[in-house]
Write a protein that binds this ligand. Structure first.
Ligand SMILES: Cc1cc2nc3c(=O)[nH]c(=O)nc-3n(C[C@H](O)[C@H](O)[C@H](O)COP(=O)(O)OP(=O)(O)OC[C@H]3O[C@@H](n4cnc5c(N)ncnc54)[C@H](O)[C@@H]3O)c2cc1C
Length: 436
């Protein structure tokens, strides 16, 4: 039987307010966690204010929750312990050594250094990442500078987002009455001074805002905290004896507010990859390639999404801060323009389409199945309407009219599903007008 140990550093004790997308709770339910407990640590967002592109949008009861990450993480830790993980509290990993049997992990607990041996390592150590490797930056360099304010007059469970000329702010207040305001800057554009200068810079940017300047009617508690939040990913997130999860593998742009959800979704995939790696040695490469591909896919989608958010942000689009964050060409712009086809038009699969072995999840294992590939598909299509697509399509050969394609596929799935498949493949340029 495999035993899992969790070596966990002491919490720094800093209150970090974060917003959680509703998907976080769907994921928790997926792994069988009762959500009742979470209502103690997560409050629904009561109201959000967005001052983006000089326009104010107020939303009452928007989707999402606010939480103090320390409390949220403590609850997750308790659940993991109840489920059998051996928790080593207040332990800091000092060094790792890869051996021919796995890993030797040196950690410090209660001022004592200890070594433990492990066959498999899950690196969930966040941005500082215990396992190093080639790290790739994905988007513009960003520094987050966070401050906690008291007596500001903001209301609890409200969130505020505001764009400036060369920066943006996000802030929220939990029920404890402390408002957390984070400034996002580009350190390649704004020179970042030392501690005293940083407070001056942060305050001067607050003064220039419409909504956040209210902070200055209150009092700053404690020191500002600066974090590098530049999006990145590690080139090799998994191997036969390790897997990187959460921000030890991928860091997303904070404008997406998706960091926690994506870390959790990635961890669920990682669990399936680990299960395959430890129980099915023939499929280790398939499983690790599958994990790496999902990560690259996440990054590609993320780049497009954040670019669209930044594009909508600011009148000063020519300002390098915004220009650096907006993609020059979007994937959607390279999509073919939908054509009108007459009923007698003969149609064929594009020569770029193919059926290729593809990693996919089947019953908690990564397995290989034929997937339909094409450069314009975001990922290979393996299943359609719960059937393997290869068994629906049969072959990619032939030139037929629309009605004949649908008739053939309707032998395997219902005609509505077959029509939807046809439309999808047509819109993505996988089906094209036959060259007579
Ligand atoms: C300013 C800011 C605002 C953000 N706002 C949001 C938001 O609103 N919504 C959102 O979804 N995401 C937000 N994020 C992103 C979110 O915080 C991360 O995506 C998420 O925390 C990643 O989770 P993780 O478990 O991978 O890493 P972490 O949360 O960083 O956890 C890593 C853990 O590993 C431990 N650790 C590290 N090194 C060692 C070691 N050597 N030995 C033992 N333990 C170690 C740490 O103590 C920590 O407990 C924000 C990030 C920042 C910086």
């Amino acid at each position: 039987m495999v035993r899992w140990y969790w070596i966990a550093k002491k919490n720094a004790g800093v209150v970090m307010v974060e917003s959680l997308s509703p998907g976080v709770f769907t994921l928790l339910e997926t792994v069988g966690i009762d959500l009742d407990e979470f209502h103690k640590t997560c409050s629904p967002i009561a109201r959000s204010f967005k001052f983006w592109n000089d326009e104010m949008i107020e939303t009452v009861n928007p989707p999402g929750f606010l939480t103090d990450r320390g409390q949220f993480d403590s609850l997750l830790r308790e659940i993991a312990i109840k489920r059998g993980i051996r928790f080593l509290p207040d332990s800091k990993v000092i060094s790792l050594e890869e051996t021919n049997k796995g890993w030797e992990i040196c950690f410090r607990q209660d001022e004592k250094y200890q070594i433990c041996k492990a066959g498999f390592l899950v690196d969930a150590s966040g941005k500082k990442s215990a396992i190093r490797g080639i790290k790739k930056r994905v988007a513009a360099s960003t520094l987050a500078v966070s401050g906690s304010w008291e007596n500001t007059g903001f209301k609890k469970n409200e969130t505020i987002l505001e764009s400036g000329t060369n920066n943006w702010f996000w802030g929220a207040m939990l029920s404890n009455g402390i408002f957390h305001a984070t400034l996002f800057l580009d350190p390649e554009i704004t020179r970042i001074p030392g501690r005293v200068g940083l407070t001056r810079l942060y305050t001067s940017y607050l003064e220039k805002t419409e909504l956040f300047k209210t902070c200055l009617t209150g009092r700053l508690r404690g020191n500002l905290i600066a974090n590098d939040v530049t999006p990145f990913y590690y080139k090799k997130p998994a191997s036969h004896n390790y897997i990187k999860v959460g921000e030890s593998s991928v860091g997303l742009d904070p404008v997406s507010s998706q960091g926690v959800q994506c870390s959790m979704a990635g961890a669920i995939q990682a669990a399936i990859v680990i299960n395959t790696t430890l129980t099915d040695p023939d499929h280790v490469s398939l499983a690790t390639d599958f994990y790496q591909e999902r990560q690259l896919e996440l990054i590609r989608l993320h780049e497009e999404k954040i670019s669209a958010v930044y594009d909508a942000a600011c009148p000063a689009k020519d300002n390098p801060f915004w220009a650096k964050r907006i993609m020059k060409t979007r994937r959607s712009e390279s999509m073919p323009t939908p054509e009108y086809w007459t009923p007698s038009q003969r149609i064929e699969f594009s020569p770029d389409a193919g059926l290729m072995p593809t990693g996919c999840i089947i019953a908690n294992q990564v397995s290989s199945r034929p997937g339909l590939t094409h450069p314009l598909l975001k990922r290979p299509i393996v299943f359609w309407e719960n059937r393997e697509i290869a068994s629906i399509l049969g072959t990619l050969e032939g030139r037929f009219e629309l009605s004949e394609w649908i008739r053939r596929w309707s032998e395997k799935i219902n005609p509505v599903g077959a029509s939807r498949l046809f439309d999808q493949l047509k819109n993505m340029g996988v089906l094209v007008a036959a060259q007579e």
